[in-house]
Design a protein around this ligand. Sequence first.
Ligand SMILES: [Zn+2]
Length: 234
Amino acid sequence: MIIMKKTFVFFLLFCCFGCTAENKILSTSIKNINIIEKASTIEIDIIDLESFDSIQILVNKNHSLPEDYEPKDLIEPNVSTTKKLFVREVLHDDLMEMFKEAENDGAYLSISSGYRSYQYQKTLFNNYVARDGIEAASRYSARPGQSEHQTGLALDIAAKSGKCTLSSCFKETDEGKWLNENAWKYGFILRYPEGKEEITGYMFEPWHFRYVGKKEAKKIFESGLTVEEYYDVK
Ligand SMILES: [Zn+2]
């Protein structure tokens, strides 16, 4: 929890020197902390990118989860899915709301993948490597421990019609377009945007959404940045 320690020191210094502006965001080394002063109350958002159960846990090619990590609050979601799957309960209310609102707008969603165990990811990755070779497989599939799906906070979302499931043409479907514009309102962000492969390590995946909570999703979406860029992490 080095990030958090640094934060408190910084916060004290920050207050000593006085903080008057509204919605101030500290930069560089403590970008993960927002200090918002409103009248006499000070609100501190601590964004925890390290704890495994944090909804902001950072998982990518440089940040892995241990083999034995499994979220404690996995449930079967009460929305359309293409198979039996699990997600973390912490996102379930927002997920239900998102699917309902999408349907009101004529976008019919279904989840094709939710939580994946380390072992399952290992099997998947090895199969892809056997089929396409390690270089190609690494562009679209995570190594075991490096998949956001192991957090239980990542979803692959499809159209109920099955059109363009797990394919780049999903972005052209009503469902893909709706998600791209609206998922952030429910706490989900498009994790691997187009043209950001160098940063995220993965090719464009218009179907892969990651829950980070409504507050952070709004800020990340409005910034137009990837998670790595927004929090200034590798
Ligand atoms: Zn995915």
